[in-house]
Structure formats: C-alpha cells, structure tokens
Design a protein around this ligand. Structure first.
Ligand code: COA
Ligand code: ZN
Length: 301
C-alpha cells in the first residue's frame, strides 16, 4: 500500500461543521470549541466564514468569534469567503488566511453564491490579487468537484481545467470538495492522480463528506493517489445549506483514528480531541455521524 509517513488534518468543524446547524449556537460555545481545538495538535482550521448573515445566520457572529478566541501563534485560523465583500470584512478583522470558494458545477454555484461559476472565478481572481498583495495565505476550494446535487457527476476535465487556472493565480492551497458526499474511491483516486500528475508541486487537499458512507474510503483512496492533506470536522458535523441532502464531513476523530491505525503521523492527540468532541455533542441537536463518538457512547474504549 502506498501510504505517507505523515498527513495533515485541517479542522473545518467551526465553519463547515457548524454552518449547517439549524439552531443558532451561541458565540461563546463556538469560541469554547475553537479554544478546545487549539489544544489538540491541529495546526490549521477554518474558524468561521464571512458570508451574508441572512443566508447563513449561523455565521453572523464571524467577527465576534474571531475576536473572542485565543489565537495561538502556531495555528492558522482561516475564514471562508465567497466574494470581495467577504474579503473586506475579513481584512477588517485582521484575518491572515482566507479560504475562497467556487462551485465546479454552475447550478450549485448559482444556488450557493448567486453568481455563475465564471462570475465567481473572475471576482475571486481579484480577491486573490488583493490577498497576495497583503501576504495572506490563500486557500481556494472547488466545491462540488465530484458531484453536484443538481447536475449529477461532474466532468473531471472541467475540474482539471479549473485547477490549472487557479494554480496559475499562485494560490497556496487548492481543495477539492465532495460537497454532497457522493464521490466514490475510484473517482477520487483518478481525479487526484491526474491533478498531482499535472501539478506535482501544488498543495492539494481532499475534503470529503460522508453522506453515502464513503468518506473514509475516499480519504484512503486520496492517500493512495499521493494526497497528504485532509479536511475533517470534529464530531462529523457539517453540510452545506445550499446542497440538499449533504451530510456531515468525515469526522476528525475517525480520520485521526484511521491514520493512527495506518501508522501515519498527524500530530493530533486523541485524548484532547475527546474534549472537543464532548463540546460538540452538547452543542448539536443532531445525532453525530462520528463512529468514534458512537464507540465512546457505548463505552467500548
Ligand atoms: N458578507 C456580508 N454581506 C454581504 C456579503 C458578504 N460576504 N456579500 C454581499 N453582501 C451584502 C452586500 O453588501 C449587499 O448589502 P446591501 O443590500 O446592504 O447593499 C447585499 O449583501 C447584496 O449583495 P450581493 O452581492 O447582491 O449579494 P447576494 O444577495 O447576491 O448574495 C452572497 C451573494 C455570496 C453574499 C450570498 O449568496 C452568500 O453569502 N452565500 C454564502 C453561501 C455559503 O456560505 N455557503 C456555504 C459555504 S460554501
Ligand atoms: Zn464541505
């Protein structure tokens, strides 16, 4: 098996995880979660998003969250944003790392950010230039990179072309997101393999949801293709309010558990993760999709 010695887990729970929660989570609970995640060994996380508060009310306290957390100098706190307005709001808060998003599928992009794919790409090009001028870290997410809730399977050539175009902008990281959790391991392996062949030096990250129970299999398939960075969400929370049917992200603790079993170093401490997991359990009114949480609840470990 072709496995790396190390892999990086990027925590997206405070953003992707919480954005889909139906009831507003008090700001101090979000802050407590991020402060707890600070102690797990995680080095990068999406802390919040600067999107329209009317469309995603859960993220309306982005400013207060960023002001309230303990910002560990060794951790990168990223804010997701879809447009120039979001960028301006992030700059006001002194954000150093931005996470941009466009959908590979035009139908999804229209629903998600009310722009065509090309409109988003053009607007985000300006954002990248501005961010670069301020020495910010730029992460660029391609949502619905495998499947779209409205158009079905996404053409891999289209995604490859997007990756090439985005890479020419000199961004730091490109994330391929299976936003609705519908991709299969063969599709994942093949797309990442093609990307790494044409862009061997690019920082490429996999972002998987677990709607059809293929999340971990997709992580493994991506590992096999050479990807060593993965987004994950504590407790397996997550989903996009504009992607009907999308379930949670792969759970951080499940991915870390698998990496540990495979002898892949992540630098994340399972015991410390448990504390964050307890907070998530109290915060969410849903059944968590995390397998590790299920095991804990049945007192198996
Ligand atoms: N944050 C806050 N307000 C914003 C904003 C942002 N990022 N972008 C635009 N606005 C405001 C504008 O200032 C304007 O305000 P005004 O009416 O007071 O002048 C208003 O929203 C309309 O601007 P417009 O550019 O036409 O926005 P829109 O209504 O077309 O919405 C988005 C576009 C991108 C802001 C909206 O679709 C959105 O927030 N989507 C988020 C999707 C998301 O978070 N998905 C999950 C993560 S992938
Ligand atoms: Zn996601």
């Amino acid at each position: 098996m072709n496995l790396p010695k190390k892999a990086e887990i990027i925590e997206v729970g405070p953003r992707d995880g919480l954005q889909n929660e139906s009831e507003f989570i008090p700001t101090d609970h979000k802050i407590a979660l991020i402060n707890a995640l600070n102690k797990t060994g995680i080095k990068r996380m999406e802390a919040t998003s600067f999107v329209h508060p009317a469309y995603v009310p859960q993220m309306k306290d982005a400013k207060e969250v960023l002001q309230g957390i303990v910002q560990d100098p060794n951790i990168q706190y990223m804010a997701l944003l879809p447009n120039e307005k979001g960028f301006d709001r992030a700059v006001e808060q002194g954000v150093q790392a931005v996470s941009l998003v466009v959908g590979a599928s035009n139908s999804f992009n229209l629903k998600n950010v009310k722009m065509t794919r090309e409109e988003s790409i053009n607007q985000l090009e300006k954002v990248v230039l501005k961010a670069r001028a301020q020495n910010m870290f730029v992460r660029y997410n391609i949502a619905t990179a495998f499947w779209c809730p409205f158009e079905g399977m996404v053409d891999d050539k289209l995604v490859l072309d997007m990756v090439k175009k985005i890479n020419r902008l000199d961004v730091d990281e490109i994330v391929l997101c299976d936003t609705i959790g519908r991709a299969n391991p063969k599709q994942v392996y093949s797309l990442f393999k093609s990307i790494l062949e044409i862009q061997p030096d690019a920082m490429i990250t996999g972002h998987f949801h677990d709607t059809y129970g293929m999340g971990q299999a997709n992580v493994l398939a991506a590992l096999q293709s050479g990807v060593t960075r993965f987004d994950a969400s504590i407790g397996g929370l997550g989903g996009c309010p504009f992607a009907p049917g999308a379930a949670g992200n792969v759970a951080t603790e499940d991915v870390v558990f698998m990496m540990n079993e495979l002898g892949i170093e992540t630098g994340i401490d399972m015991e410390a993760l448990r504390f964050s997991l307890n907070l998530v359990r109290e915060m969410s009114n849903r059944n968590l999709m995390s397998h590790y949480n299920m095991i804990l609840e049945h007192s198996c470990v």
